[in-house]
Design a protein around this ligand. Structure first.
Ligand code: GDP
Ligand code: IMO
Ligand code: MG
Length: 431
């Protein structure tokens, strides 16, 4: 069987965790392929709200193999906390969680370097989650990173010390003050804790699952507009957040990719710095933030809010080869009598285009909006697409026509149950 990929099409926080948890019962394997503790994936069910950072969002479903793939940068200290927080749920993590030996380790000085780099950038800062993501990927690509598999090798301490020495030289250069011993103590305790779990060559696990005709869902983190190549560089994360990232981040051949589920909010949010053409720096933006509870799941920072941006969405659908769209947080738009959608950008010279450009950091662009009538009523309790208000169906139809991809799931609230399946998808049997 092929591997389906689920990823965010905007600037992250689209609701990936909720939907992975929703879809998980029809998969045998759920695997994270990139990012690390910068992610915050929220799941809600049975009056429980839980945020996962590195553990895949299939973890609450029975009999699913959850994999942290080789493309991930893993912080053992945060993983330990995550695992301890899951203690009350009685999950069998020692058998259900598999961690790639090739995943890179985030060590304490990566986090310090992240903070030091951001401080040095001043008002040009990226708005990083300060989890050490950039420095850890930097070490991966400069071929001096430590990997999960190293923790069981006899040379681990020496490798660790060599890496820390180079980090400390940089920290001194950046004149950044820090206190390492306490952080190291916590780190080495977490390393010991980590060694009790299944540390595997997960590419074998995933490919054997494909051969055995088991179903695999690859769970993306962040969103395509934060992709290292195609996002609004340099205001991006440091990994490949796209469908192609699932191939390198898990060891899957491109021909084994099946469905590509693209998730987007019915509007847009962004946390951190960088361009955001449809940002609403006004009352409407404030209302959206309040209604959508738009505060970061990892950092608690308020998320910037704005109307849906179709050129950006078309772009991320294109680079990912999205086969199905899932629209999240439709309920947040209940409060608006009118809903705007950006259909093109207008440049300073008057030119208009619906082509998203990666270098928009350097340009001043203004969104061109189409206004649609809002449904302006609650969606609570609606479980079937046909019962949606006509204005919501019109909104969906308008988007589908412009985007050219079917919107098959519409999410109307944070709970697992608040999920409306549009089509006779294979998800029809779930839940
Ligand atoms: P992720 O990073 O893509 O998994 O998304 P986050 O968990 O960071 O952010 C999504 C937020 O929206 C979380 O607080 C979810 O509980 C919530 N959420 C998800 N779907 C919906 C929805 O359809 N409606 C509302 N109101 N909230 C939702
Ligand atoms: P999930 O998986 C939203 C943003 C940060 C910052 C930029 C770089 O929950 O959707 P980094 O820490 O990666 O160096 O930060 O990327 N960012 C996210 N924004 N959701 C995320 O993950 C994010 N992960 C990173 O805010 O602007
Ligand atoms: Mg999130």
């Amino acid at each position: 069987m092929s591997v389906d990929v689920l990823l965010g099409l905007q600037w992250g926080d689209e609701g990936k965790g909720k939907i992975v948890d929703f879809l998980a019962p029809q998969y045998n394997v759920v695997a994270r392929f990139q990012g690390g503790p910068n992610a915050g994936h929220t799941l809600e069910f049975d009056n429980i709200k839980h945020v996962l950072h590195q553990i895949p969002s299939g973890i609450f479903r029975k009999d699913i193999t959850n994999i942290i793939g080789n493309g991930v940068v893993l912080d053992p200290v945060i993983l330990r906390k995550e695992i301890q927080n899951l203690g009350k749920f009685n999950l069998d993590l020692k058998s259900n969680l598999h961690i790639s030996k090739k995943a890179q380790l985030i060590i304490p000085t990566h986090r310090l370097l992240d903070a030091a780099n951001e401080k040095a950038k001043g008002d040009k800062k990226i708005g990083s989650t300060l989890k050490g993501i950039g420095p850890a990927y930097q070490d991966k690509y400069s071929r001096q990173g430590l990997r999960v598999g190293d923790i069981v090798s006899s040379g681990f301490q020496v490798k660790y010390k060599t890496l820390v020495q180079s980090h400390e030289a940089m920290l001194r250069f950046l004149e950044f003050e820090y206190d390492l011993p306490a952080l190291e103590n916590e780190f080495f305790n977490a390393i010991e804790f980590l060694s009790q779990f299944k540390l595997v060559d997960s590419e074998h696990l995933v490919n054997q699952a494909v051969i055995d005709k088991k179903s695999v869902l690859a769970e993306g983190a962040q969103g395509s507009l934060l992709d290292i190549d195609f996002g609004s560089y340099p205001f991006v994360t440091s990994s490949s957040t796209m469908a192609a990232g699932a191939c390198t981040g898990l060891g899957i051949a491109p021909r084994n990719i099946g469905e590509v589920y693209g998730i987007f909010k019915a509007y847009c949010t962004r946390v951190g710095s960088g361009p955001f053409p449809t940002e609403l720096d006004n009352d409407d933006g404030e209302r959206m933030r309040k209604e959508g509870n738009e505060f970061g799941a990892t950092t608690g920072r308020p998320r910037r809010c704005g109307w849906l941006d179709l050129p950006a969405l078309k772009y991320t659908i294109m680079i990912n080869g999205v086969t199905q769209l899932f629209m999240m947080k439709a309920d947040v738009l209940n409060i608006f009598e009118e809903i705007k959608v950006c259909t093109a950008y207008r440049y300073q010279d008057g030119r208009q285009s619906d082509r998203f450009v990666g270098d928009m950091v350097e340009q001043s662009i203004e969104p061109v909006y189409k206004t649609l009538k809002g449904w302006n009523r609650s969606l609570e309790g609606i479980s079937s697409y046909k019962d949606f208000p006509q204005e919501l169906k019109d909104y969906v139809a308008f988007l589908e026509k412009d985007l050219g991809v079917p919107i098959n799931i519409i999410s109307t609230g944070p709970d697992r149950k608040e999920t409306v399946i549009r089509d006779t998808l294979k998800v029809a049997e779930v839940n």
